[in-house]
Design a protein around this ligand. Structure first.
Ligand code: FES
Length: 148
């Protein structure tokens, strides 16, 4: 696995390189650690607070390690009208999680996102990199069973 410093360094010559560097670190490590924030600040000549401001502004980044599987339920308008809130409630109950939390065995992280580009087939859920349309609790759980 590429070292954090190497990953970050490869973006320092690019104009506006902080955002792609954040994405690369998130992809590599699953979250943006305190160590990564220090390295990014140093590499891009920002303060740690400035890096933190950028990464907390966007939903894409997380400061905590995510679970093995990340479930993102769309909470945008089209999916809401197709009962995505009810689906979110069923999933939070099932896993005993609030949105943004990870199960204690680090298997599942449950998040809300706003539009997965699959509005006509809502409610939409993305599990890891796969978007599931017309999602319901059974579809989500059986998808998880099949990837275990
Ligand atoms: S509103 Fe849910 S996928 Fe677009």
């Amino acid at each position: 696995m590429k070292k954090l410093k190497e990953t970050i360094k490869s973006f320092t010559e690019i104009e506006g390189g902080l955002m792609p560097a954040l994405h690369a670190v998130q992809e590599q490590e699953g979250h943006i650690s305190k160590n990564a924030i220090s390295e990014l600040a140093h590499a891009f000549n920002y303060s740690k607070a400035e890096v933190l401001d950028v990464l907390t502004y966007y939903d894409d980044f997380t400061l905590e390690p995510s679970g093995e599987h990340v479930i993102r339920v769309c909470g945008a308008e089209a999916c809401q009208s197709l009962k995505s809130k009810e689906l979110t409630d069923l999933l939070t109950d099932h896993f005993g999680l609030n949105l943004g939390e990870t199960t204690s065995d680090s298997k599942i992280t449950l998040k809300e996102v706003f539009c997965l580009g699959n509005c006509a087939l809502g409610p939409s859920v993305m599990i890891n990199q796969t978007v599931i349309g017309e999602a319901d609790k059974d579809k989500v759980l059986s998808f998880l069973d099949n990837i275990e």
